[in-house]
Design a binder for this molecule. Sequence first.
Ligand code: B16
Ligand code: MG
Length: 213
Amino acid sequence: MVKGCIFDLDGVIVDTARYHFKAWQRLAIGLGFDFTEDHNERLKGVSRMASLRILLEVGGLTLPEHEMLKLAAQKNAWYLEYIMKMTPGDILPGVPEFLEKLRIAGIKAALGTASKNALIILVQIGLSHSFDTIVDGNRVTNAKPDPEVFLLAAADLNLSPADCLVFEDAIAGVEAAHRGGMRCIGIGSPAILSQADKIIPDFKDVTLDLIEF
Ligand code: B16
Ligand code: MG
């Protein structure tokens, strides 16, 4: 029986990818090249600096580390402008109801995300008290597909990985869950998330039967 559920943030709880995209695209245009939604797909679940490296590769640019840090800070400032406008209306369908079902059943909930802005986002959408623990990009050294983020979450919950179930929208996240010895439910398209143990489009009308397998 599952004793704890670990949720990725972007693409599972909220769709912040579109705000990341707006900020990265603004940065790319300033650097003199275009950055498309297809390019942005490569950034899902990837840390801020690793995302910047991919973006610079798209633009064919190589920059020194100190310039890269400045660009990442600029991108984040723009991103923060967008996320400060988020409201509970931005929570993806069915998520609050599913979290409530877990709480009533005594199943623990954790957040496991690469984002360093996770707490700000949770406060904006009114979910900062809905998780028993939050493991974000500020606490993690190794990015997904390394399992560190999910193993820390399981340890915080005092549960063994085998008792935990991860919800992820990115291929690297599914791999991270499996490498950590956890099962994983993919949120999104079966074509992309074929390695997940189960796949659902979203949390709309989902019952606790979903996590019994
Ligand atoms: P930040 P997740 C990830 O969130 C995003 O998918 C990814 O696009 C982003 O670069 C990363 O967080 C870092 O975000 O710049 O806010 O630290 O999917 O792991 O919840
Ligand atoms: Mg994600």
